[in-house]
Design a binder for this molecule. Structure first.
Ligand SMILES: C[S@@+](CC[C@H](N)C(=O)[O-])C[C@H]1O[C@@H](n2cnc3c(N)ncnc32)[C@H](O)[C@@H]1O
Length: 560
C-alpha cells in the first residue's frame, strides 16, 4: 500500500456508485474536457483496444447500432471465419463467440440515459492459441441524443459475452461489466461484479483495482488528447486491410517463428529479424493476392537479400522467386536445398551501367557493352604471392580491372534483367534502394540507409511541409534524413512513371515506410516521364557505383 500514490487509492466509497446498487464505484477524478471529447476518445479505444492492452491485437466490429445517425450495421456473418489459421491441429481458443446479441446492463432509475450507440466487437488477442477470442458489447449511453453540446452525462460500458467468471480471459477484469462515466466535470470508473461481497474484500493493490485505475487514466489522457486537437500522424493499413495482414502474420508466426529463432545462425538479434521478416512476408502475401491472379503468375527477386530469411518464408509459402546478395551468409547453408538453389551470391550491377547507350546502338547495332573499364582495389586477404604482398606493405595499392564486357559475362554479376513478370523486393537494401524504382519492374522498397545512385552515402532533404498544410493522411514527412530518403525514392519512382502507393508497415522497426510501385501513371495526364539516362544525369551520374558494388563482396556484411 505504501508504494501507491494517494491518487492510486480508490476514492469512491463502497456501495456509492451513481450507476446503481449492483455497481461498485472505484475511482473518480475531475476533468475539464467535454462529453464530445470523451465520446471521440472512447470510440477510438473501442475500435483499437490494443492501445489499452499489449495482449490484445485488435477488435473486429460485428454489430454497430447508431441511434443518433440511425444506421444499423450487422457484419457478424462476415466474421464467422476466425483468423485464417492454416495449422488445423492447433486451432485458436474461443469462448461463446456465436453469441452476437447486444447485452444490456442494470442502471439506476435516477439516471436518465438512453442508448446512443451499441457495438458488439470481437476481441482478437495477439496469441489466440494461448488467450481466448471473445465477443463483447460496448454501449454508449447519453442523457441527450441531440446536439453534442447538450450532452452532460455520457456512459461507456463494456460487457463480455460470458456468464461464468471462470471464462473471463485474464486480459480483462473478472467482472460482468466495466463502465466509464462522464458527468460534466468528472470522470469515474465502475464495475458490475459477479459477486458484490467478493468486491468488498479487494485491496488497492489487487489487480482489478489497479486495472480500474489504469482504465480511468487512459480514458482521461485520450480525451484530453482529443481536446487539444491531437491527431494521429501516421495511418497504417492503407493498402492491405489490417485484419488480413494480422491474420496472415499470426499464421506465419505460428508456423515459423520458434524454429527460426531457436536455430538462428547469424550474430544479429534473431527476434528482431524473424518477427520483422515474418511481418514483411505477411504484408507481401496479402499485397500480391490483390495484385496477381495466382502464385504462379509472377516471380519475385529480393535484391540485397542478406540472410535470405524473407526468401525462405516466401518460397516455403509457395511463391516462386530468388534472393540475390553480393555476400552469402551463414544462414544460407541451413535452408533446404530448394531454397539454397534460389539464393544467388552475385553483385547486382544495373544493366544500364554496362550496356551501350541507345545513341551508341543507333550508330553501331552490334555493340553489346559500353566499353567502360572499372578499377577496384584488391583486398590484402585476396593476395597470395609474396611480391605483391611486399608491394602492398610499401603502400602500393593492387588494383583489379574489369571491363563492361567481362562483367556482363561473369556468373558473379547480375544485371537485373529479369523475366517480365518479376516483382522486386528491396528490404533495407542500402546501395540498391534508390535504384529499385529505376529497374522497370513492379517493386516494394523499404528504405533504411541513405545512398545515392553512385553508391555513396548521401542525405536528401525532406520535402517542405507548408505551415498551413493539414497533416498528411500518411505522413512520411518529418525533418529526419530518413524522411528525406523516403521522399527521394518516391520522387524518383514518380518521375519514371510509377504510381506510388505508400504504407507504414506494422513491423517492429522505426524504418517501416514501404513504397510500392505496381501501376503506371497516365503518360497523357501525368507525363512526360524521364528516361533512366535523364535521371542519372539529374542525380549527378552513377560513377563509382560499379566499383563500390564490386568491392562489396570482399567486405564483411553490415548487420541491421
Ligand atoms: C542492410 S543489408 C539488408 C539485408 C536484408 N535485406 C535484410 O533486410 O536483412 C543490405 C544488403 O544489400 C546487399 N547489397 C547492397 N548492394 C548490393 C549489390 N550491388 N549487389 C548485391 N547485393 C548488394 C548487401 O550485401 C547487404 O547484404
Amino acid at each position: 500500500m505504501e508504494n501507491l500514490k494517494p491518487d492510486e487509492l480508490p476514492n469512491i466509497l463502497p456501495g456509492q456508485s451513481l450507476l446503481g446498487k449492483e455497481w461498485h464505484g472505484l475511482f473518480e477524478t475531475k476533468v475539464d474536457f467535454s462529453s464530445k471529447h470523451f465520446k471521440k476518445a472512447m470510440l477510438n479505444l473501442i475500435r483499437e483496444p490494443n492501445i489499452n492492452s499489449t495482449v490484445i491485437l485488435r477488435a473486429d466490429i460485428l454489430i454497430e447500432n447508431d441511434y443518433i445517425d440511425k444506421s444499423f450495421v450487422d457484419k457478424a456473418s462476415d466474421h464467422i471465419d476466425l483468423p485464417n489459421m492454416e495449422n488445423k491441429e492447433n486451432s485458436v481458443l474461443t469462448k461463446n463467440i456465436d453469441d452476437t446479441t447486444v447485452r444490456t446492463i442494470p442502471l439506476s432509475s435516477n439516471l436518465k440515459l438512453v442508448p446512443a450507440l451499441e457495438i458488439v466487437r470481437r476481441i482478437i488477442p495477439r496469441n489466440p492459441f494461448k488467450d481466448c477470442i471473445i465477443n463483447q458489447t460496448c454501449l454508449l449511453l447519453q442523457d441527450s441524443l441531440n446536439d453534442d453540446a447538450e450532452v452532460t452525462q455520457s456512459l461507456i460500458v463494456y460487457v463480455a459475452h460470458l456468464d461464468d467468471p471462470e471464462d473471463i480471459p485474464f486480459y480483462l477484469p473478472c467482472v460482468k461489466a466495466v463502465a466509464l462515466f462522464f458527468d460534466k466535470g468528472s470522470l469515474s470508473v465502475h464495475y458490475l461484479p459477479f459477486d458484490i461481497e467478493e468486491v468488498q474484500k479487494w485491496k488497492p493493490t489487487d489487480r482489478p483495482v489497479r486495472t480500474a485505475y489504469r482504465l480511468l487514466k487512459t480514458c482521461k489522457k485520450h480525451s484530453e488528447g482529443v481536446m487539444s486537437g491531437y491527431e494521429k500522424r501516421v495511418n497504417h493499413d492503407l493498402i492491405v486491410p489490417k485484419e488480413d495482414f494480422q491474420n496472415r502474420y499470426i499464421s506465419l508466426k505460428r508456423k515459423y517463428s520458434k524454429n527460426l529463432v531457436d536455430n538462428w545462425k547469424e550474430s544479429t538479434d534473431p527476434r528482431k529479424h524473424v518477427f520483422e521478416d515474418l511481418a514483411i512476408a505477411a504484408f507481401l502475401i496479402e499485397l500480391w493476392s490483390q495484385k496477381y491472379p495466382s502464385k504462379d503468375s509472377f516471380q519475385f527477386r529480393d535484391l540485397g537479400c542478406g540472410n535470405g530469411l524473407l526468401v525462405y518464408i516466401l518460397i516455403m509459402e509457395g511463391y516462386h522467386g530468388m534472393g540475390i546478395d553480393a555476400r552469402r551468409r551463414k544462414s544460407w547453408d541451413s535452408y533446404p536445398e530448394s531454397i539454397q538453389e534460389n539464393l544467388l551470391e552475385q553483385v547486382i550491377i544495373p544493366s544500364v551501367l554496362l550496356r551501350p547507350h541507345p545513341a551508341m546502338i543507333a550508330v553501331n547495332p552490334y555493340l553489346t557493352d559500353n566499353g567502360c573499364i572499372f578499377q577496384v582495389p584488391v583486398p590484402l586477404k585476396h593476395i597470395h604471392d609474396t611480391t605483391s604482398r611486399s608491394l602492398i606493405d610499401s603502400n602500393v595499392p593492387i588494383m583489379a580491372y574489369y571491363s563492361s564486357a567481362t562483367l556482363l559475362e561473369s556468373p558473379h554479376v547480375n544485371t537485373a534483367e529479369f523475366p517480365p513478370n518479376t516483382f522486386l523486393i528491396g528490404n533495407h537494401s542500402d546501395e540498391l534502394t534508390c535504384w529499385m524504382p529505376l529497374l522497370r519492374f513492379p517493386f516494394l522498397v523499404i528504405p533504411c540507409c541513405s545512398h545515392a545512385l553512385d553508391g555513396s552515402k548521401a542525405r536528401f532533404p525532406p520535402r517542405k511541409v507548408k505551415r498551413n498544410d493539414k497533416v498528411q493522411p500518411t505522413s512520411f514527412q518529418s525533418a529526419s534524413s530518413y524522411a528525406g530518403l523516403v521522399d527521394h525514392v518516391e520522387d524518383l519512382a514518380t518521375q519514371v512513371g510509377w504510381k506510388v502507393e505508400k504504407e507504414m508497415l506494422r513491423i517492429p522497426s522505426t524504418r517501416n515506410a514501404a513504397l510500392i510501385g505496381f501501376d503506371c501513371l497516365n503518360p497523357e495526364t501525368d507525363g512526360p516521364f524521364k528516361s533512366i539516362y535523364e535521371i542519372l544525369a539529374m542525380e549527378g551520374g552513377a560513377e563509382g557505383w560499379v566499383e563500390n558494388a564490386m568491392a562489396l563482396s570482399s567486405r564483411s556484411p553490415r548487420g541491421h
